[in-house]
Design a protein around this ligand. Structure first.
Ligand code: NDP
Length: 405
C-alpha cells in the first residue's frame, strides 16, 4: 500500500487532499495532510470525510525546519511528498526528501523571501543529488506552471515539427463581490504582479515595466478580456526545452478594479518586502497586507464565473505554417461544490495530484529533477480529462497576438 504526504493546508492543499483521497484505494494509498496549523488540516480532513466518506490523517509540521520534516517523513514513510506550502519551502522540503528517500512534487519554483525572483536555478542545482539518490523531483505541477508546460509538450509531440511562438493566456473571469482579494496566496500573487514583465525573444530576455503591455483576447467560454504581459516561471524552462521558439510570452487578465487597488497599495508602500519598524517591531508591509486581505481559501463560496487558460502556438507542420490553441475552461462554482475551493485552487491542485500520480504509477518516475514538459505528455493529458480539467484544442486561421508588442 502506497503512502502520500501533502504539505500545506491552504486552498491548493485542500484540493490535493480531496483528489488524492478520492484515488486512495487505487493510487495514493494512505494520505496524510500536514501544515504548521494542524486545525486547518483537521477541518479539511473532516470535509473529506463528510463529502466522500474517506479518512485521511493529519499532522503539524514546520516545513522550514528540515530535521522536523525528516522526522515526519521517517515516521509516516510516504512514497511521495506533494509540496503545496509556499515557494519559500521548496528547498528545505527537497533537502528533507533527499534525507528521507522520498519522491517530490511542487507547484511553484523556489523564491527567497527577501528577493522576488522566480528562477529555477536553485532547484535545478539538485539534479545530481536526486539522480544519485534514485529519487524523482517534479517541478511546477500546477496549472501555470504545469498544465501549460504539458500543453506545449503535447503540441510539440502531436501538432508541430517546429514551434516558433508561444503565448500562454490566463483568464480568471471569476468574481467574488469583494473590493479586493487575490485568488491564491496574496503575498506570492502580489510579488508576481508587481515584478517587471519579461518575455523570451530571439534567444534573450526582454523586459517591460510591470503591467505596461496589454491587449484584449477572446477567451473561449468567457469572451473578450483585457490581459497584460507578465513574467511567469514556466517561460524559463520552456525556452530551454523548446529552443526553436523565437518568442515565448505569458499574459494574465486583470480587472480595472484589481489594478486600481494594486496601484494604490503599491503607491503607499504596502506591497514592499523591505522591513519597516512598527511599534518597536520589524514588519514587512506585504506580509502585513496579507494578514488583512481575505484568505484565498475562504473565497470558494463567493466566487462565481469561469477560468480559461491555454497555449496559443504558431509553428510549422509538414512544411506549412500552423496556428493552434489548446485550453481548459473551469467553473468556480463546480469546483466549490466538489472540493470546497474556488477554481484557481482547483486548477492548481488537480495537476499536482496528477503529477504525483504519474510518479507513483511509474510513467514519470525517473531519477533527477524535471520540469513537466520533459516527460511524455500523453498520460498526463489523459488524466486531465478524467479528473476534472478537460481540455479542448483547435486549429486557428491566424494568430491574434502575432502583431502585439
Ligand atoms: P495558501 O497561502 O492558501 O496556503 C499555503 C499553506 O501553506 C498555508 O495553509 C500554510 O499553512 C502552509 N504553510 C506555509 N508555510 C509553511 C511552513 N513553513 N510549513 C508548513 N506549512 C506551511 O496558498 P495556496 O494554497 O493558494 O498556494 C499553495 C501553493 O500553490 C503556493 O506555493 C502557490 O505559489 C502555488 N500556486 C501555484 C499555481 C500554479 O498554477 N502553478 C497557482 C496558484 C498557486 P499554515 O498556516 O498551517 O502554516
Amino acid at each position: 500500500m502506497k503512502k502520500t504526504l501533502i504539505i500545506g493546508a491552504g486552498g491548493v492543499g485542500r484540493v490535493v487532499a480531496h483528489k488524492c483521497a478520492q484515488l486512495s484505494s487505487s493510487v495514493f494509498g494512505e494520505v496524510m495532510l500536514a501544515s504548521r496549523t494542524k486545525s486547518r488540516c483537521d477541518a479539511i480532513a473532516a470535509d473529506i470525510m463528510a463529502k466522500k466518506g474517506i479518512q485521511i490523517q493529519t499532522s503539524a509540521v514546520d516545513a522550514d525546519d528540515v530535521p522536523a520534516t525528516v522526522k515526519l517523513l521517517k515516521d509516516f514513510k510516504p512514497d511521495i511528498l506533494i509540496n503545496v506550502a509556499l515557494p519559500y519551502q521548496d528547498l528545505t522540503l527537497m533537502d528533507a526528501c533527499l534525507e528521507a528517500g522520498v519522491d517530490y512534487v511542487d507547484t511553484a519554483n523556489y523564491e527567497p523571501r527577501d528577493i522576488p525572483k522566480f528562477e529555477y536555478h536553485w532547484q535545478w542545482a539538485y539534479q545530481e543529488r536526486f539522480q544519485k539518490a534514485g529519487l524523482t523531483a517534479l517541478l511546477g505541477s500546477g496549472f501555470d506552471p504545469g498544465v501549460t508546460n504539458v500543453f506545449c509538450a503535447h503540441a510539440a509531440k502531436h501538432h508541430f515539427d517546429r514551434i516558433d511562438t508561444l503565448d500562454i493566456v490566463d483568464c480568471n473571469a471569476g468574481s467574488n463581490g469583494l473590493p479586493f482579494a487575490t485568488n491564491f496566496n496574496p503575498e506570492i500573487n502580489i510579488r508576481e504582479v508587481t515584478a517587471k514583465g519579461r518575455y523570451w525573444e530571439h534567444g534573450a530576455w526582454q523586459e517591460t515595466d510591470p503591467i505596461s503591455l496589454g491587449t484584449t483576447f477572446d477567451f473561449p467560454g468567457v469572451g473578450p478580456k483585457k490581459m497584460y504581459l507578465l513574467y511567469h516561471e514556466e517561460l524559463e524552462s520552456l525556452s530551454k526545452n523548446f529552443p526553436s521558439a523565437r518568442r515565448m510570452r505569458f499574459w494574465m487578465t486583470f480587472s480595472d478594479n484589481y489594478l486600481t487597488h494594486l496601484r494604490v497599495l503599491e503607491g503607499i508602500g504596502m506591497t514592499s518586502i523591505t522591513p519597516i519598524k512598527f511599534q518597536g517591531q520589524d514588519i514587512i508591509p506585504l506580509e502585513f497586507l496579507k494578514a488583512v486581505l481575505p484568505d484565498p481559501g475562504s473565497l470558494g463560496a463567493l466566487t462565481k464565473g469561469k477560468t480559461c487558460i491555454g497555449d496559443l502556438i504558431t509553428g510549422v507542420k509538414d512544411g506549412k505554417v500552423k496556428h493552434y490553441f489548446v485550453w481548459n475552461e473551469c467553473d468556480h462554482a463546480a469546483c466549490y461544490a466538489e472540493t470546497g475551493a474556488q477554481g484557481v485552487s482547483y486548477t492548481t491542485g488537480v495537476p499536482a495530484m496528477i503529477g504525483a500520480k504519474q510518479i507513483l504509477e511509474g510513467t514519470w518516475k525517473k531519477p533527477g529533477v524535471w520540469n513537466m514538459e520533459q516527460h511524455d505528455p500523453d498520460p498526463f493529458m489523459k488524466d486531465l480529462n478524467l479528473y476534472g480539467l478537460p481540455w479542448q484544442e483547435k486549429e486557428m486561421a491566424g494568430n491574434p497576438l502575432a502583431e502585439i508588442g
